[in-house]
Design a protein around this ligand. Structure first.
Ligand SMILES: CC(C)(COP(=O)(O)OP(=O)(O)OC[C@H]1O[C@@H](n2cnc3c(N)ncnc32)[C@H](O)[C@@H]1OP(=O)(O)O)[C@@H](O)C(=O)NCCC(=O)NCCS
Length: 150
């Protein structure tokens, strides 16, 4: 694992007018590919290997405390980590909320808002994101064994 403060070659960042802005609490696996990713908040965000994402994605790891001593919220934050497995693909405009774990091989549909954990190989979409099918296990593990990564 590498933190963004210490990453070296092999990080792909593109996305035209979409900026990529990773927090200092982001940890990258091997071969990360960003096309416009904003990570906000103080929670950790851990990416597994071979992460790919479309344009305009957002990961939000902090909430203002709306149960504190001021309205609409007080000066404290509630931080929650996001853990993303290996070989995960986000379509365009995916939003992930803090506290969520996205398993190996998951695909998150364009426009999805992920608020709960997504199990390994799950293909999930909508708001709130639900798994509507799974990757083919044999196909996935056969590519994994052969080390075939985009
Ligand atoms: C996630 C994704 C890859 C799934 O694509 P897919 O495998 O072709 O899936 P389909 O659209 O064929 O949908 C499969 C089935 O699930 C259903 N489905 C699709 N999205 C759904 C959702 N959010 N909730 C419930 N059901 C859904 C479809 O209606 C379809 O049902 P059917 O088999 O009865 O017809 C695709 O939707 C996606 O978001 N791709 C990313 C595109 C993108 O952002 N590209 C640019 C950046 S990389």
């Amino acid at each position: 694992m590498r933190s963004v403060k210490s990453h070296y070659g092999g990080v792909y960042i593109s996305g035209g007018s979409y900026k990529t802005s990773l927090s200092s609490k982001t940890e990258l696996g091997l071969n990360p590919n960003f096309n416009g990713m904003t990570i906000k908040g103080n929670g950790r965000v851990v990416f597994g290997d071979n992460f790919h994402s479309g344009e305009g994605c957002l990961i939000l790891t902090s909430n203002h405390n709306y149960n504190g001593n001021a309205l609409p919220y007080d000066e404290t934050n509630i931080d929650k980590d996001v853990i993303i497995g290996n070989n995960v693909w986000f379509g365009d405009r995916v939003i992930v909320m803090g506290g969520v774990k996205i398993g190996d091989g998951c695909i998150i549909q364009a426009g999805a808002v992920v608020v709960k954990d997504i199990p390994d190989l799950g293909i999930a979409g909508g708001n709130p994101a639900q798994v509507f099918k799974y990757r083919d296990k044999e196909h996935y593990y056969s590519l994994l064994e052969k080390g075939l990564f985009h």
